[in-house]
Design a protein around this ligand. Structure first.
Ligand code: 0WD
Length: 256
């Protein structure tokens, strides 16, 4: 029996077989969680359905996190089918591509800044708000994915830096508020991994190369490693951990 057996988990952010959310799905399925998925846009529907079916799940729902009615519909469906929910995985981030090249002040715009923060940071609070009533009395967990650019001025990460800083502050504020209800809130700060979102960052190869050369383990991390950590953090094995940002970066952030 896996350490997530009996847990009902919603996984967002599957966009391809390389997505971090795909690595999380594999680990969750192996550990016995019951899964539901969301997809953004019709183009991704069949891909996410395929992954869901491979893990015995029929619960695949559309979700663009900029739309309140879609967030409401997702949790409405989960309430109908499951009654409640134990785990939400927020693996969503976005900034307009033009803002992820050149200098920060050179590229940033009011609209781009607002959109990056809406999709990458506010959406975690929005999912937390909607999930909260379904998580009562269940030792539940909310988990998001962040990056070192939240706390360091990583070149080219630009507007995503402030957006991830906001996301990490959300982890702390949400953890403080939801703790009394037995709901834990954490973030995983992953090292660079080649995914669709990462391909949008100019100079991403350089980030991968630097991590490989400079991390304590002298290599990059995999979606399987992030998936295993997500499974642990979302499980009752991590019952004493909340409000935390856990680095899964092969020890890059500790190096001088
Ligand atoms: O190096 C990396 N890949 C790292 C990623 C290092 C550290 C953290 N992360 C974070 C990302 O910032 C993001 O928060 O992990 C999370 C997942 O990213 P990923 O797995 O690297 O990227 P990807 O496979 O592209 O999935 C992110 C997905 C989107 O994919 P696309 O490529 O279509 O933009 O986020 C989803 C979408 O599926 N997404 C949305 N979902 C709902 N509503 C929205 C939206 N408005 N916008 C993007």
């Amino acid at each position: 029996m896996g350490f997530l057996s009996g847990k009902k988990a919603l996984i967002t952010g599957v966009a391809s077989e390389r997505s971090i959310a795909t690595g999380i799905t594999e680990a969750f399925a192996r550990e016995g969680a019951e899964l539901a998925f969301t997809y953004q846009g019709d183009k991704l529907k069949s891909r996410v359905e395929e992954l869901a079916h491979a893990h015995g799940s029929e619960l695949v729902l559309p979700l663009d996190v900029t739309r309140d009615n879609e967030i409401e519909a997702v949790f409405g469906s989960l309430k109908d089918v499951w009654g409640g929910i134990d785990i939400v995985i927020h693996s969503i981030g976005f900034a307009p591509r033009e803002l992820l090249q050149g200098g920060y002040l050179e590229s940033v715009t009011r609209e781009g800044y607002a959109l990056a923060h809406d999709i990458s940071a506010y959406s975690f609070a929005a999912l937390g708000k909607a999930a909260r009533p379904l998580m009562q009395g269940r030792d539940a967990s909310l988990l998001t994915l962040t990056y070192l650019g939240a706390v360091r001025a990583v070149p080219m990460y630009n507007v995503m830096g402030p957006a991830k800083a906001s996301l990490e502050a959300n982890v702390r504020f949400m953890a403080a508020e939801l703790g009394a209800e037995g709901i834990r809130v954490n973030g995983i700060s992953a090292g660079p991994i080649k995914t669709l979102a990462a391909a949008g960052i100019k100079g991403f190869r350089g980030m991968l190369g630097a991590a490989e050369k400079m991390s304590a383990l002298r290599r990059n991390v995999t979606i399987e490693e992030v998936g295993n950590t997500a499974a642990f953090l979302s499980s009752d094995l991590a019952s004493g951990i909340t409000g935390e940002i856990l680095y899964v970066d092969a020890g890059y952030n500790i190096m001088g």
